[in-house]
Structure formats: structure tokens, C-alpha cells
Design a protein around this ligand. Structure first.
Ligand code: TTP
Length: 409
């Protein structure tokens, strides 16, 4: 069986994280999303070829995958303009036999449950659905018993809580019989229109439900925190690095090889500390934190429910709460991310050109790659700092700061 991974999106809503890496290389427990998908495909022997449809930063994805040893053939297809998921799927399945079954996975979804072995073992067409609390943000599935009848994109009054999870097993010929679909109002050829057309033509597609609260579509920055939280529930206590006493490691904490925890440090799980990380002395890592390779969290630094990517330095007297800190960031002493508004309302964030509610009472900052903050910088809840920017000492940042700039207040 062949699989197609859609990896060509621009990931605009995830800026500044996607200014320096494509969405499929966003890490969950310090492992790129794409690897989660590839590892699961590698574990089922029935998959003999994986087609990765690339676009934005496709060369980076290609170089990354080429460095991996995988038990199946990998082919890359350049989508060109990201003209929609329908366009991407049709390009991905080109050349496949009309009787072939193909597994289709959107690269930007994460689920701690590996359902691949189950669905490749079933016969007939399958669409995977997930029950969520906010169905109006997704494509909501209409069902008749266990069968798919249609999907409505972002409805105001969702007919159910079951949404399209972006994983399918379909017969190639059933996908190809839909060349009559037209671009959607946003100008894209949507795969959901292909699915609706299949249903109208009487093609049977069975719905396979994921367990509740075990799926997320990573579209906006705070989803990176939520996806890592989902993955953290799978972490078990394992200490491969060195912990110098007196330090306290409490609960489910993973500490990778060659990492060092200096004295008087407290780490409360669930937490994931990657390899070659240095923490402390006198640091506090609170639950739901992930710290990736090469980062250094120094003296009197507190980290809470935050995702810290590779080679980040927060050497002294810093608070990182409910935040995402991208690779190679250097936080000056006294840098504070504020994560709670005085009125305790949910934190808003500017996504593309409109303000969106993160739904989180606690949300800190999203700091792009290679940013430097001077001493005593304060970042207010929900601000985003573009990559390669300097925030000058003593600045208080209330609004998003563009990439490649110098900010002072
Ligand atoms: P989306 O999240 O709908 O789009 P996007 O990745 O471009 O994000 P943004 O709107 O923030 O710019 O994409 C869903 C999945 O489909 C994702 O895995 C990327 C993939 N995709 C393609 O491969 N080609 C495309 O033309 C589009 C639109 C998406």
C-alpha cells in the first residue's frame, strides 16, 4: 500500500514559528511532526512507498527526510502554488493504479493514538474522525450510522462534535472520479469537496472514530503547546542524563542522554528534557514543559507549560510561562513572559490580520528563532516576536514585533 503525506502548506497562521521551519518540522516532544507520521508508517510492513507533497520550504523537508533510513521508498512531489488539499492529493496519487488503496495523512495533525495499523488492516474506504469541544473550528462530519454522508467546513451550528481528522484510506479510483469540483470561496481545491462529491456519488466511506481528546490540528501557535501536552501524557519517568543532588525530579520526567541537572533544581512532571540540555543550578521546571536539545536553562529560571526549542539560552533570572521559544533564542537576565491578564480574560493573539481568542486564560509569548532580549524585558500575554529580532534592554512589549527588527520602548 502507498501513503501520501500532505506537507505543502504555508503555515502562515503559525508565524513566527514557521518563519524558520516548515510546519511538518514543528517538534512534538522535540521530534518533528513528520517523523511521528513516518515512524508510524515504518512500523506497518504493508506500506511500500510514501509520497510527500511539498511546497513551502520543500527543500528543507526533502533534506531532512533524505537523512533518515526508512523501510519504504520515499518520493517527493512539488505542488507548486499551494492550491488546496484536493489539488495536493490528486498530485500525490498521480501514477498510482486505480485499484490501489492509498493512505492519506495531513502532516499538521497530531494524535498520541497510533491508528495506522488498524486502518490499513481494514477493507473499504475509511475516514478518521475525532470528537472535539470546538467542532465549529473544523470540518464537521455528517454521518449515517458508521458511514460518512458529508462534511461541512466551520459551521456556525455544528451538526455534531465529530470532525474530520485528516487521515483517510481510500481507493484511488474513488478519488479520481471527482474532476468536476470547483475551487472554494477561498480559491482552493478542497479535499473536503472531493469527499462530499464521493458521498453524493454513492461511494461508501466508513467513519473510524479516534478516542475523545486524542487529536489536534496544529494550525495556530498555542496548538503547539496543546499538542505537546497531549504527547506529554505518554511520558514515563526515565533519567538518562546526570542529576546532581540536591535536586528533585518529581513524577513523569524524561531526561535525555548527556543532559545535566545542576544542584538545587526542581523538575515536576510531566516534562520532557531532551538530550544535551543543561538546567540549573536553582532552576524550577514546572509540569507540561518541553526543553529541546542544546538548550540551557540557568540560575533562578522558572519554566511553566512551555515549549523551548533547540539551543535556547535563558541563563539567569527569567520566567517563561505558557510560551513557545524557538531555536537559538537568547533571553537576557530578567526577561519575563507575562501569562495572565489583570482581568483574567482569555488571552487574544493576532493571527494573520485578525485578533483570535486563544481560549487560554494563561498564555505567554511566542518568540521566533534567533531573537535576543536584553536585560529586564517584559513580554505581555499573547505577543509574538518575529525571528531575528532584538528587543532592547528594559523594553515592555505590548504588541507583536516584526521579524528582523530592533525594538525598544
Ligand atoms: P491548512 O492548515 O489548511 O493550510 P496551511 O498549512 O497552508 O496553513 P495556513 O492556512 O496557516 O497557511 O493545510 C492542511 C494540510 O494540508 C497541511 O498538512 C498542509 C497541507 N496542504 C497542502 O499540502 N497543500 C495545500 O495546497 C494546502 C492548502 C494544504
Amino acid at each position: 500500500m502507498k501513503a501520501v503525506i500532505l506537507a505543502a502548506g504555508n503555515g502562515v497562521r503559525l508565524k513566527p514559528i514557521t518563519e524558520t521551519r516548515p510546519k511538518p518540522l514543528i517538534p512534538i516532544l522535540c521530534k518533528p511532526l513528520l517523523d511521528w507520521h513516518l515512524d508510524r508508517l515504518a512500523a506497518v510492513s504493508i506500506i511500500d512507498e510514501v509520497v510527500i507533497v511539498t511546497g513551502y520550504m520543500g527543500d528543507i523537508i526533502r533534506a531532512y527526510v533524505m537523512n533518515r533510513r526508512l523501510p519504504f521508498k520515499v518520493r517527493f512531489i512539488e505542488q507548486g502554488e499551494p492550491r488546496g488539499t484536493g489539488d495536493a492529493v490528486v498530485k500525490g496519487i498521480e501514477g498510482m493504479g486505480s485499484d490501489d488503496d492509498v493512505l492519506i495523512i495531513y502532516s499538521d495533525i497530531f494524535t498520541p493514538v497510533n491508528i495506522i495499523p488498524e486502518i490499513v488492516g481494514e477493507s473499504g474506504n475509511i475516514i478518521v474522525g475525532s470528537e472535539v469541544d470546538n467542532p465549529g473550528d473544523y470540518g464537521v462530519l455528517i454521518n449515517e450510522g458508521n458511514y460518512f454522508k458529508g462534511v461541512v467546513e466551520k459551521p456556525i451550528n455544528p451538526p455534531s462534535r465529530l470532525v474530520n481528522a485528516g487521515i483517510y484510506k481510500l481507493k484511488t479510483r474513488d478519488i479520481l472520479g471527482n474532476s468536476d469540483i470547483k475551487p472554494s470561496p477561498r480559491g482552493e481545491l478542497e479535499f473536503t469537496d472531493v469527499l462530499n462529491n464521493m458521498s453524493r456519488r454513492g461511494v461508501k466511506i466508513r467513519i473510524y472514530k479516534l478516542p475523545r481528546a486524542s487529536w489536534i490540528d496544529i494550525g495556530k501557535p498555542w496548538h503547539v503547546i496543546e499538542a505537546n501536552k497531549m504527547a506529554l501524557t505518554m511520558v514515563k519517568k526515565e533519567i538518562k542524563g546526570r542529576v546532581i543532588e540536591p535536586s528533585h525530579i518529581i513524577g513523569e520526567v524524561y531526561i535525555g542522554e548527556n543532559s545535566l541537572v545542576n544542584p538545587f533544581t526542581m523538575i515536576e512532571g510531566p516534562a520532557y528534557i531532551d538530550r544535551e540540555v543543561e538546567i540549573g543550578p536553582n532552576a524550577r521546571i514546572r509540569p507540561w514543559s518541553v526543553i529541546c536539545r542544546g538548550s540551557k536553562i540557568g540560575f533562578s529560571v522558572e519554566v511553566k507549560e512551555s515549549i523551548i526549542l533547540e539551543n535556547v539560552h535563558a541563563s539567569h533570572l527569567t520566567y517563561i510561562g505558557d510560551s513557545i521559544v524557538c531555536e537559538n533564542v537568547n533571553l537576557g537576565a530578567g526577561t519575563i513572559t507575562a501569562n495572565l491578564r489583570f482581568d483574567e480574560a482569555t488571552v487574544k493573539m493576532l493571527i494573520k490580520d485578525h485578533v483570535e481568542d486563544t481560549g487560554r486564560k494563561k498564555m505567554g509569548a511566542v518568540i521566533g528563532a534567533n531573537v535576543k532580549t536584553g536585560v529586564n524585558v517584559s513580554l505581555m500575554p499573547g505577543v509574538k516576536i518575529g525571528s531575528d529580532t532584538w528587543i532592547m534592554p528594559g523594553s515592555v512589549v505590548y504588541r507583536d514585533v516584526a521579524s528582523n527588527s530592533i525594538y525598544y520602548s
